[in-house]
Design a protein around this ligand. Structure first.
Ligand SMILES: Cc1cc2nc3c(=O)[nH]c(=O)nc-3n(C[C@H](O)[C@H](O)[C@H](O)COP(=O)(O)OP(=O)(O)OC[C@H]3O[C@@H](n4cnc5c(N)ncnc54)[C@H](O)[C@@H]3O)c2cc1C
Length: 372
């Protein structure tokens, strides 16, 4: 039995894949039902392809097509076609659909089941569940996303990530804003951060943003104050949110996301424990590529377990494959958070209209061949 800790996109995709290959697999997810998650919910073409290869049809789930991008800063605005058609769908709907699909494919799914830690005995790794139950398997896939298991901590975030805060909420926009936003993802740059806005299914818009704890504190330390401060700075955001109503009682938030983390592996780690999704790599959010990496590493980890590839070799392979995009994305993220970098980015995009497309392509993780 292969064990999967965590039932977000990475864990559910790996469980689904393994079950479809006829391997016994059980997934443990701490939540009873899928909930909203901090995510811009932009689904890249690569992520869409991965999901389609597992048999999940995003259009049937109500995904919205995204074909163009706008970048706004102050009163400046540029627009470009994306180099591919993206999609957008709430994580609540997507994660629930993928978990159900994994179950229908034959995976054992235990929801409401918190994994406490991994336990390695006589060279084989298993899981200890909340309540003390132990489960033993032939390989563990670690897919707990942003949450680390005891003893399996990722390296701490760098200084700039340590001070970052992420927020997400949904808004019902006025019709004029909805019409203007249709088919677009909008990236708004502001002092110390950026926000993404796009429609999801059901006619509501997802606003997801990254800022600093300093700015949040200066805005009064609450969501309303932060929104006021951002709309005062960004004419575009102000315009879009005019007359809009917040659809969540309070926004989702998260601190200390280890942006730029890329697992390197180490000889001390168990040879049958494979990291995937955010446990393998955390790419800066603005790329809209985190889900693609989650699905990509899920596919590769499933193959590694199936073929008996040692975890260290798998981690090294993933590290090599993801490093170029992680470097570019981390560099761009630093640029995009500084005033000079933002001005240079917009100026560059004005002078060279293909720049945005080139950057979008440069931060994508190509579909790697899997081991035979
Ligand atoms: C602000 C922000 C915006 C983003 N925007 C985008 C975007 O627009 N497009 C994009 O592609 N990516 C985006 N991402 C990245 C994307 O959300 C993640 O990369 C992706 O969710 C990773 O999937 P995962 O399966 O590894 O983790 P998750 O989706 O976080 O899933 C992990 C699962 O493990 C479960 N779990 C955790 N601990 C335990 C435990 N101990 N026991 C059992 N279960 C456990 C959790 O409940 C969860 O369901 C964004 C990220 C951030 C922070």
């Amino acid at each position: 039995m292969i064990l999967v800790a965590g039932g977000g996109l990475a864990g559910a995709a790996a469980a689904c894949d393994l079950a479809q290959q006829g391997r016994p697999v059980t997934l443990f997810e701490r939540e009873r039902v899928a909930r909203h998650k901090i995510c811009g919910e932009f689904i890249s073409i690569e992520a869409r392809r991965h999901l389609a290869s597992l048999g999940l049809d995003l259009d049937a789930l109500g995904a919205v097509a995204i074909e163009r991008v706008r970048v706004a800063r102050g009163s400046s605005l540029i627009e470009a076609a994306l180099p591919f058609t993206g999609s957008s769908l709430t994580r609540r709907r997507l994660d629930a659909a993928l978990l159900s699909h994994a179950a229908a494919s034959g995976a054992g799914i235990r929801t409401g089941c918190l994994v406490r830690r991994t336990v390695t005995e006589s060279g084989a790794t298993g899981l200890e569940l909340d309540g003390g139950e132990g489960v033993r398997g032939e390989g563990v896939l670690l897919a707990t996303g942003k949450h680390d298991l005891r003893g399996m901590r990722r390296s701490p975030p760098g200084r700039s990530s340590r001070s970052q805060l992420c927020f997400k909420s949904y808004f019902a926009l006025l019709q004029a804003s909805r019409t203007a936003l249709e088919g677009h993802v909008e990236l708004m740059l502001f002092r110390d951060g950026y926000a993404g806005l796009q429609m999801v299914e059901g006619g509501i818009a997802n606003l997801c943003l990254v800022t600093t704890s300093d700015r949040f504190a200066h805005a009064g330390g609450d969501w309303r104050g932060l929104l006021q401060s951002l709309t005062a700075e960004s004419a575009h955001l102000r315009h879009r949110l005019q007359g809009a109503t917040d659809r969540l009682d309070r926004p989702l938030s998260i601190a200390r996301v280890p942006y730029g983390f890329l697992h390197r592996g180490g000889e001390e780690a168990p040879c049958d424990l494979y990291r995937l999704g955010d446990q393998m790599a955390v790419i800066p959010s603005f790329t809209g590529d985190g889900m693609s990496i989650a699905l990509h590493t899920a596919k590769q980890a499933a193959r590694a377990v199936l073929t008996g590839e040692a975890a260290a070799a798998y981690h090294e392979r993933m590290h090599r494959a993801l490093r170029p995009q992680m470097r570019i994305a981390s560099g761009l993220s630093a640029l995009g958070r500084s005033t000079g970098g933002q001005v240079a980015l917009l100026l560059g995009a004005r002078l060279w209209p293909g720049l945005i497309q080139r950057l979008a392509i440069a931060t994508r993780v190509p579909d790697l061949p899997v081991l035979p």
